[in-house]
Ligand binder design. Structure first.
Ligand SMILES: Nc1ncnc2c1ncn2[C@@H]1O[C@H](COP(=O)(O)OP(=O)(O)OP(=O)(O)O)[C@@H](O)[C@H]1O
Ligand SMILES: [Mg+2]
Length: 428
């Protein structure tokens, strides 16, 4: 958490509470101390726990109101530095100085999520111990279990390099070496970059990630040099997986530009081809994972055998995946009576990023309501319905343009999974 360090008195109160978690008086004392020290969100979290143990406790209610008021007044002394991940859409901090993320995390960790599901909808691994967890929640490393749906993609990643890397001896016995490449493609916001982060979470130091937009240099020759450096570094660390995000920023068809731009681009694409080829030559132990929204704009040569010779569609989430994504983004927030199954049913066409946006928007609405009334109101279906009225699904435009591609350029079957998705779309 991005706050000032806690005082010794807060630390010893916390220790005392660890020994006596049911001591409401002690907890309210901690809440009071936190509030006095300017940790209003922490005070709300503690007062909420006290209220759960003793509903209607007047001191707890009073503290909640005071802390909520303190939160609604822009903090002068808390230079919040929200370490939001680069991939998160820019939906946070829309309210001038108020640290939504921190407040949500702290309040969320105090209140267990009362989902009202009829059936378990999610293959997502749950960490249900949020209620009993200490308040200092470390930012999770993303793993594949955080990625909702996309079971085929996960299986492919597992077969291509995760399993061989985990079981190097067995892989060697079967003559499977780590090499080759896989292209993730699909509409924006459906988890390509998120998947790569999850792979990084699984692999740790044996994963390298680079965005093609960062590789591109200002003058001729610089991009090639950058590319070579990235690949050299990856080879030096082998076995390793190199993730190249937004590969279309340089991998586009060499015929697609004319004049000086074309020559410039050709050099960059050639360098990329060269690097991918040395990978299939004497450079075992390097696997390249790449991502793009527009695989059909890529230079065909990049997709030939030994290079990025396999493509897999990272499709918009189906209803089961939507439920699991929503659960993931709601589970650490204070919620009441959320029918995830219903939400999943009415969000066809929403990307993972759209769904995250829905959850964040609903949380902001509940937070505003809590601040206005001076007591905590959890996120309810009303907040989510209101958020859904504001947010439109973003994958439909991509799917529309993809339809033409499938019609005219799928002779080699590369986009069969996309064709299947488009044909089956009505049944989802
Ligand atoms: N399958 C998913 N499960 C859980 N969260 C998801 C999923 N897909 C997307 N998200 C959420 O949406 C955010 C945006 O997704 P991400 O950046 O991976 O999309 P992308 O496919 O790389 O999009 P772009 O093509 O625009 O780069 C993620 O950070 C994550 O929070
Ligand atoms: Mg991305």
């Amino acid at each position: 958490m991005a706050d000032a360090p806690e005082t010794p008195i807060v630390a010893s109160l916390r220790r005392a509470l660890e020994a006596n978690p049911d001591d409401v008086v002690l907890r309210l004392h901690l809440a009071q101390t936190l509030l006095a020290a300017g940790h209003a969100a922490g005070a709300i979290a503690e007062a909420s726990i006290a209220l759960q143990a003793d509903p209607g406790n007047r001191q707890a209610l009073g503290l909640l109101a005071a802390a909520a008021t303190a939160l609604s007044t822009p903090a002068l002394s808390t230079p919040a530095a929200p370490a939001a991940s680069e991939d998160t859409p820019d939906t946070s901090d829309t309210s001038g100085g108020f640290d939504w993320e921190q407040a949500e995390q702290e309040v969320g960790s105090a209140v267990p999520p009362p989902f009202v599901e009829r059936v378990p909808v999610s293959p997502l691994a749950e960490d249900d111990d949020a209620a009993g967890a200490p308040l200092e929640v470390a930012r999770e490393t993303v793993t594949l279990s955080d990625v909702g749906g996309l079971d085929d993609v996960k299986r492919r990643l597992e077969e291509s390099f995760l399993a061989p890397m985990r079981n190097a001896d067995v892989a060697r016995a079967f003559g499977k070496s780590l090499r080759g490449g896989l292209l993730l493609y699909g509409p924006p916001g459906c988890g390509k970059t998120f998947l790569a982060r999850a792979v990084a979470g699984e692999l740790g130091a044996t994963f390298m990630s680079v965005s093609m937009t960062d590789v591109i240099g200002a003058y001729m020759g610089e991009t090639q040099k950058n590319l070579k450096r990235v690949f050299d570094e990856a080879r030096a660390q082998a076995p390793t997986v190199l993730f190249i995000d937004e590969i279309d920023s340089i991998g586009i068809r060499r015929g697609a530009l004319s004049g000086g731009g074309a020559a410039w681009l050709r050099q960059m694409v050639n360098e990329l081809l060269l690097q991918l080829d040395s990978m299939s030559g004497d450079n075992d132990g390097l696997y390249v994972l790449a991502a793009t929204n527009n695989p059909w704009d890529l230079d065909e040569a990049l997709l030939r055998p030994g290079r990025l010779d396999r493509s897999i569609l990272v499709s918009p989430p189906d209803a089961v995946a939507r439920a699991s994504i929503l659960r993931h983004h709601l589970k650490d927030r204070p919620i009441a009576g959320i029918d995830v199954g219903h939400l999943a049913a009415v969000t066809d066409g929403f990307s993972g990023a759209d769904l995250e946006h829905v959850a964040v928007t609903a949380a902001e609405k509940a937070m505003m309501q809590s601040i206005a009334q001076g007591s905590i109101s959890p996120i309810t279906m009303d907040h989510l319905d209101a958020a859904l009225r504001e947010i439109k699904p973003s994958t439909l435009a991509w799917l529309d343009s993809a339809r033409n591609v499938v019609r005219f350029s799928n002779a080699n079957g590369r986009y069969d999974d996309l064709a299947a998705l488009l044909n089956g779309k009505k049944r989802r």
